[in-house]
Design a protein around this ligand. Structure first.
Ligand code: DI6
Ligand code: FE
Length: 408
């Protein structure tokens, strides 16, 4: 007789295991059992083995749907202040790039983040993680990049570490020291990159403060050569690499991160087919960020036909940040991925589960299979496409993270 920690009966399961027959990897009339934080059994209810029903908590799913816990693989959710004033400026005609060039944009959040205590940053960021979790998120990636000096970049990563320790949601940290050029290094971008490579990166690696390293490779960010220096150094130190690439122009960054076997290239509205071919070869995930596209009222869509032609894995993330995507909702991103980017609802769901896990280099989650982490959500829906189709009537009923029922 099986000894499990908990069992869910009377559920339909979208396993999201890649499957050519059914995009959701559906098992209807199913059951799922967990033990020690992992999935111990799942399958058709008819095949359920005998288990110790007297001492096992049993949940009745009432015919609702279970999906993997959602994974937001690209956020900047630790920051001081807000940029509602720039929202107003953009509405009266200023562009995101104009504002950045005038010393606003990312640099205004840098000022507020430097002025904020670690405690204040933690309290604000904790609310953001709560909001994501309320919509079914079980893993979130968090980037630094609003400190832009060694002490403040470390401060941000320590806040991320604290969040990971204190929040039930799993927090994966990324070092984004090369996010913007701080005022102290105006006209000396290479000098700032020296500090990122020789001072910040070694400390981040030695203290285990980040899993991965990212750079904003862009006309208003850092050049291809500067990006290459940072990512190469990161790899030497044993860190994974990913990139903000081709958001506003094509600098070839996505090809670079693919050449370095990077996890993901993110944004990529302006990517070339040559870079897409490189990503296909290296298995680098295409992370698309409809919240930034929407907020900046961009019109150039990422080239999804080419992504599909070259069979890239596509992830969808919030890019939650105070400037270009002040939207702390992965459910809305799924909806926008369909409405703005024309992904199918199953592609959108794969984008926030299986492919988002791959974008973070995590192979223990993102699909529901025996042995994977017991991270899953029970939704009050009649079919999985509803998760992308509707917005504002959060259907989350129950959330399980590493086997713990954190919402019911
Ligand atoms: N691209 C983005 O979408 C965010 N960072 C980046 O490099 C925007 C960050 C911000 O505007 O504060
Ligand atoms: Fe971003």
């Amino acid at each position: 007789m099986q000894q499990w920690d908990a069992v869910w009966l009377n559920v339909n399961i979208a396993t999201m295991v890649a499957n050519t027959q059914c995009a959701y990897g559906t098992i209807e009339n199913a059951a799922i059992a967990i033990k020690e934080g992992a999935i111990a059994w799942l399958g058709s209810k008819d095949a359920l083995p005998e288990f110790d029903a007297l001492s096992t908590p049993i949940y009745d799913g009432k015919g609702n749907w279970i999906t993997p816990g959602l994974i937001d693989c690209h956020t900047h959710l630790i920051f001081g202040g807000n940029r509602a004033n720039e929202f107003e400026m953009r509405l009266s005609g200023a562009s995101y790039e104009d504002i950045a060039k005038q010393g606003g944009g990312i640099l205004s959040t840098v000022k507020a983040t430097r002025e904020a205590s670690a405690e204040a940053l933690f309290v604000a960021a904790n609310k953001h993680v709560n909001a994501l979790m309320a919509e079914g998120v079980t893993t979130v990636e968090v980037k630094s990049g609003y400190g832009l000096d060694t002490a403040n970049e470390i401060k941000m990563l320590e806040v991320a570490q604290l969040l990971n320790q204190h929040h039930v949601v799993d927090v994966q940290s990324t070092f984004l020291g090369a996010h913007a050029l701080p005022a102290e290094y105006k006209d000396d971008a290479d000098g700032y990159i020296d500090v990122v490579c020789n001072e910040m990166l070694p400390q981040v690696a030695e203290r285990g403060l980040a899993v991965a390293v990212d750079v904003f490779c862009e006309g208003i960010g850092f050049s291809y050569q500067q990006t290459e220096r940072v990512l190469t150094k990161a790899k030497e130190l044993g860190l994974k690499v990913k990139l903000h690439a081709e958001q506003l122009s094509d600098l070839g960054g996505a090809g670079l991160v693919a050449d370095l076997n990077g996890l993901s290239a993110d944004h990529i509205e302006y990517i070339s087919e040559a870079s897409i071919e490189k990503m296909a070869k290296s298995g680098t995930v295409a992370v698309v960020l409809p919240g930034a596209f929407y907020t900046l009222r961009e019109t150039k869509l990422p080239p999804f036909d080419l992504f599909r032609k070259h069979q890239l894995d596509i992830a969808v993330a919030s890019d939650f940040n105070p400037g270009s995507s002040p939207i702390c909702s992965l459910q809305l991103m799924m909806n926008m991925a369909c409405t703005l980017f024309r992904l199918t609802p199953s592609e959108a769901l794969a984008g926030v589960t299986r492919n988002a896990a791959k974008a973070l280099g995590l192979d223990d989650r993102g699909t529901l299979e025996v042995g994977k982490r017991a991270d899953f959500a029970l939704w009050d829906i009649a079919q999985p496409a509803q998760l992308a189709y509707q917005f504002g009537c959060n259907p989350l009923q129950q959330l399980v993270i590493a086997g713990n029922v954190v919402k019911q």
